[in-house]
Design a protein around this ligand. Structure first.
Ligand SMILES: *Cc1c(COP(=O)(O)O)cnc(C)c1O
Length: 368
């Protein structure tokens, strides 16, 4: 059987010529300008995603096919999360008290056109793997770090040997309690999830994987199989979904996605507002749409299917949760609540103690 590396190399679409050959020139009226969009940011659609595109402009197409709208100028930011400003050594962003983001791979199987890190993803010079040593030293010196989040690019596009080496090195640092891997490979390149890889990952528990699915159609039989293999290796699976216009900005689509993730043994973790990243403006929708989606999930389906809805704050504020309003009022006496269906409920606050409790008197217990 062909290796995942060979299949990715041979059967991906990675040029406008291949795109035109596959879908027809009529869908690309302005190839010259489109080339500019394709050159601004790495372009590749992995075999599994090519197979999933049913028609031009559908939710899968929109995520991966370069678009002229990427060239429109808005007030988008190049590094919208200020990751580089919070980077003490190359490949590390240390923003939160007890955990750090660790970029270990510059490449992805498919490149999402809405990528937050499009300023560096796809470019090995901007995520330099020769410099991982300074990151390991930083982690060793910072004993407050108990959680490492491996990202990139996609960490699982590294060879088995590299994945093994990095995990081993992290596990050798006593204060690192948990390892996390962020990867879209279960969606983009499910054949990468091999028994050998699962065997390696299973040696480094507690290890978590947060994957990334944006549309229910992405949970194909091979993707579900790959997720099952990871789960069987004892890896708890989460999903970080991005709210995207024309892809999943619809409560019914999101509900189906979250339910299918659960059946694939993945617990939805976050829905992100799309970042204000230059070149991805056409993917953004309103915050109200996100709140509407959460409202359509909470109570109406399994609580396990309801992720946190967050904005990763521009300028490096980190992830800030947003909730629809369920609290109508709070006083010292009571809290007035609305349930998912709009019903009104009152919860009485505990009354403050006016007098000390009388001492509890014990009956002596006679033994024997
Ligand atoms: C998202 C993120 C984390 C992890 O955040 P959690 O809420 O713990 O999942 C850590 N560091 C950076 C820089 C991040 O962007």
């Amino acid at each position: 059987m062909e290796s995942w590396q060979a299949r990715l190399r041979r059967q991906s679409i990675a040029s406008l010529e291949a795109l035109v050959a596959r879908f027809g020139a009529e869908h690309f009226p302005d190839l010259a300008r489109l080339r500019q969009a394709a050159e601004n940011f790495e372009f590749r659609i992995s075999p599994a995603m090519v197979d999933l595109i049913k028609s031009p402009g559908d939710p899968i197409w929109r995520q991966y096919v370069p678009d002229l709208q990427e060239l429109e100028v808005h007030d988008g930011l190049v590094d919208s999360l200020a990751e580089d400003a919070n980077s003490p050594v190359p490949n590390v962003t240390h923003r939160y008290p007890d955990r750090a983001l660790f970029l270990v791979s510059p490449v992805c199987a498919s490149y999402c056109r809405f990528c937050t890190r499009r300023r560096k993803v796809g470019d090995p010079e901007k995520i330099p793997l020769a410099e991982l040593e300074s990151a390991f030293r930083y982690f060793e010196q910072h004993t407050e770090i108990r959680d490492i989040i491996m990202s990139g690019g996609d960490p699982l596009l590294l060879s088995d040997r590299r994945v093994d080496e990095i995990c081993k090195r992290l596990r050798a640092i006593r204060h690192i309690e948990i390892i996390r891997i962020g990867s879209r490979v279960p969606c983009h390149l499910p054949e990468r999830i091999t028994p050998e890889l699962c065997g390696i990952l299973g040696r480094y528990h507690p290890l978590y994987i947060n994957t990334h699915f944006n549309h229910p159609d992405e949970l194909t039989p091979p993707a579900v199989r790959a997720l099952g293999m990871l789960a069987d290796a004892g890896i708890p699976l989460g999903c970080q979904t991005v709210l995207l216009r024309g892809v999943n900005d619809d409560p019914e689509v999101m509900k189906r996605l979250m339910q299918r993730l659960l059946t694939a043994r993945v617990r939805p973790y976050y829905i992100y507002m799309c970042d204000q990243v230059a070149g991805a403006e056409h993917f953004r929708t309103t915050v109200e749409k996100g709140l509407e989606i959460i409202k359509a999930l909470r109570g109406w389906t399994s609580g396990l299917a309801v992720p946190h809805f967050v904005i990763d704050a521009p300028g490096g504020g980190g992830k800030i949760p947003l909730l629809p309003e369920y609290v109508e009022s709070i006083s010292d006496d009571e809290v007035v609540l609305r349930n998912y269906a709009g019903g009104r409920y009152v919860y009485k606050q505990p009354q403050p103690d006016t007098a000390p409790h009388p001492p509890i008197e014990f009956e002596p217990v006679l033994v024997g």
